[in-house]
Design a protein around this ligand. Structure first.
Ligand SMILES: *Cc1c(COP(=O)(O)O)cnc(C)c1O
Length: 242
């Protein structure tokens, strides 16, 4: 059943603005526009608002909670590509691995093991990113950079979980330039990993940059940007401590 849009949303104008910003960041960085994909982070927004963005051509959406992702996935068009971007508990792995195109938030070895195990039972391939806590903030999930070399050998052996790259949630800052070093560090780490494990870890994806800092992230090599408030407007309840 069709839901009616509740109010004038500005989604069209926001998407247009974000697209213009992505294009100019690509231009500044000498990158091609098609190296960067926009994920519309729809958490806390109702299905009707997601459908609005969908009707404007947006196909990649990000959710940070499994329950919300599954509820929305069930009622929205099947060609939407759902990204899981929030912390994933191992007991929810089975329910979500065949509903998402990419799990951005692999933040522990136990979680990675579980995804590989459950994917094997379902006989599917699951794509994932390692979440890196570049700035070593105690409030955040993710591996520290110096933990990574110790676990690569194991990640490398998975048959049903394919690690495609890295993701980070950069600190909340007043000036996006303050996060440039974080993004640069993530890119460097992905190059290091690719050099050591080129055969089974592609490292083609760098998921970094949010509403406040995606232009800088693109300049530093982001291939996926995750934008919520910049598209849907301010959320009722902040999901990351705003
Ligand atoms: C909420 C969220 C975003 C989007 O944040 P905005 O600042 O609204 O763009 C991106 N990534 C993750 C992991 C999030 O939880």
């Amino acid at each position: 059943m069709e839901e009616m849009p509740v109010r004038e949303s500005g989604i069209r104008e926001n998407l247009r603005q974000v697209e213009a910003n992505i294009q100019s960041a690509c231009l500044r960085a000498g990158r091609s526009r098609n190296e960067v994909s926009l994920i519309a982070v729809s958490k806390t927004n109702p299905a009707a608002r997601i459908r609005e963005a969908y009707l404007l051509g947006q196909r990649e959406f990000g959710e940070n909670r499994v329950k919300e992702l599954l509820e929305k996935e069930a009622q929205l068009p099947q060609d939407i590509r759902w990204h899981l971007i929030g912390h994933l508990q191992t007991n929810k792995v089975r329910a979500v691995i065949d509903k998402t195109v990419l799990i951005h938030s692999i933040d522990s070895l136990k979680l990675a093991d579980t995804i590989d195990f459950e994917a094997r039972k379902k006989q599917i391939l699951v794509n994932g990113l390692l979440e890196i806590n570049v700035a070593e903030e105690s409030s955040k999930y993710g591996f520290y950079i110096d933990e990574i070399s110790k676990i690569l050998n194991r990640l490398h052996q998975y048959k049903n979980l394919k690690i495609r790259g890295l993701m980070t949630v950069a600190p909340i800052v007043s000036d996006p330039e303050q996060n440039r070093g974080v993004f640069r560090r993530l890119k460097e780490l992905s190059i290091d990993i690719k050099c050591k494990y080129a055969d089974n870890m592609a490292m083609n994806i760098l998921s970094m940059g949010m509403t406040g800092d995606y232009c800088v992230a693109i300049e530093e090599g982001a291939t996926l940007v995750r934008i919520g408030t910049g598209i849907f407007g301010t959320r009722q309840i902040g999901e990351r401590g705003e």
